[in-house]
Design a protein around this ligand. Sequence first.
Ligand SMILES: Cc1cc2nc3c(=O)[nH]c(=O)nc-3n(C[C@H](O)[C@H](O)[C@H](O)COP(=O)(O)OP(=O)(O)OC[C@H]3O[C@@H](n4cnc5c(N)ncnc54)[C@H](O)[C@@H]3O)c2cc1C
Length: 587
Amino acid sequence: MTVARRKFDAVIVGAGGGGMRAALQLSEAGLKVAVLSKVFPTRSHTVAAQGGIAAALGNVTEDNWHWHMYDTVKGSDYLGDQDAIEFMCRQASEVVYELEHYGMPFDRLENGKIYQRPFGGQSQNFGGAQATRSCAVADRTGHAMLHTLYQRNVRANTQFFVEWMGLDLIRDEHGDVLGVSALDIETGEVMILQARATLFATGGGARIFSASTNAFINTGDGLAMAARAGVPLQDMEFWQFHPTGVYGVGILISEAVRGEGGYLLNKDGERFMERYAPHAKDLASRDVVSRAMTTEIKEGRGCGRDADHLLLKLDHLGGNVIKARLPGIREIAIKFAHADPVQEPIPVVPTAHYMMGGIPTNFHGQVVAPYKTGPEEVVQGFYAVGECACVSVHGANRLGTNSLLDILVFGRAAGNQIIEDLKRNTHHKHLPGDAADKALARLARLDSRKDGENVAQVGDMLRKTMQAHCGVFRFADLLKQGVDKISEVAERVKNTEIRDKSRVFNTARVEALELDNLVEVALATMVSAQARKESRGAHARDDFPHRDDDKWLKHTLYFSEDRRLDYKPVRLKPLTVESFPPKARTY
Ligand SMILES: Cc1cc2nc3c(=O)[nH]c(=O)nc-3n(C[C@H](O)[C@H](O)[C@H](O)COP(=O)(O)OP(=O)(O)OC[C@H]3O[C@@H](n4cnc5c(N)ncnc54)[C@H](O)[C@@H]3O)c2cc1C
């Protein structure tokens, strides 16, 4: 079957902060750029970011990028690559001021400078004092950022393909990337978007869990497309559980609440974090707080009839602070928890939130992977940034507000790298005749099958299995059963069927395609988690409770084709400063 084609200099899949920051760089350089998004750009998950963006501006307390770097390395439990972390922290102030000049309406201090609030894990400088590092727009920082970037892109003539879904990555026989096949959701037609540079910025995939703070569209599509095309996925065992999702609902209550002075209580009214992290208390790193909460619940000190959640108290901040700094949080609490935080605490539980792993890249946004069984090298024509990428700046645990920073720094860096690379690669490479075949075959199966597995039921089994077998604490027997169960789900996914075969805006079709992607992400997670026999950052094993740097100070690589694992060393050497050697992590 012939499929329509269009040619661009660069195709970007994903219109969140990462994709739009990269697109801006390219469009302003005069390149012809297409940006695809499953939803209208400003509905990408970046819009939901509440708390802030980290940069050592030093507007409130003394601070500098080197301390930010130290906190990030420590927060990553030493799995982060220190060259990339130095690169990010050094550029933080610049990208934040750039955003300010683009029109981002930051909150202000009395003296007119950008308002900053404290956040978890950012509590150390070399003198031991607390740094206040998160630049914020009330509790809607991501909303302001995404709209700012969208408007700049409109001005720069970036071309948006709204409600288009990337289906598969196109590679040639050398492994070079030539573009993507994509579905126009509105018409149901498939098209090939050919490009000299293809950048994935498809965001996270925490929808593999049943309790998740993520948007429904966060199904890990970019990872699955890469994995199906032979690119390994890195460090997929590391998922961040955010301490404060609304109990029973999952919607996020930002860490900004604790940054502004809120704290957690157990059923005895005890501020239990003082026992687990005597110095940082409620502002310890997220993995530490989530584990403490899970332990409190397990040991019978949870709140409510079923003793299965904890309380987040903030009424002591006073109505004025809550209304000015945390208005969105108050609204969420009233609507979804029926609790007005001005008067009463919010019921919360740890909830799946962020994917530290992803498509392996260097700090220029270039994807690095072996071709077939060769050594790791740059995949020509292929770039990834944002939550779908693993640079890796977050290692085994991300610090709050470092992700909005990550998407800006690496969105811009990838844009710059593409501009350089396209000066050399002046022509589109030859597109193989079968470029869209794999995607068409999947659609043909959905179009022709008359009976088979129900998408919602199989998806439910996937999410419940991930939640029960790969949560905050991990157990050897549960992980082993988890691999078997997700393998069973993977078999069932091959046989899914949809009743509605219509083409125009068929969301059942989109959901079935998303399930193909979720299962790739879930398998990578479960297999990688079962293999890593230590506890590091967000990966906490009951049978191996300690970090084991001798055996496990290395990144995991998962290959979809044969579900094989490989490992590669952590880059401990920064660019210009001395390395921070691994040491015990306390808060
Ligand atoms: C509730 C919440 C609050 C958060 N708060 C903060 C915070 O305060 N500070 C912070 O630093 N981080 C925060 N984070 C994390 C941070 O917001 C995200 O990691 C980051 O915004 C991800 O940006 P992105 O550009 O990588 O992806 P996203 O913003 O998720 O965008 C992904 C894009 O890819 C598109 N896409 C996906 N698949 C396809 C496909 N197959 N075809 C076409 N398009 C596709 C989507 O349509 C979307 O446009 C928060 C996250 C959540 C969930």
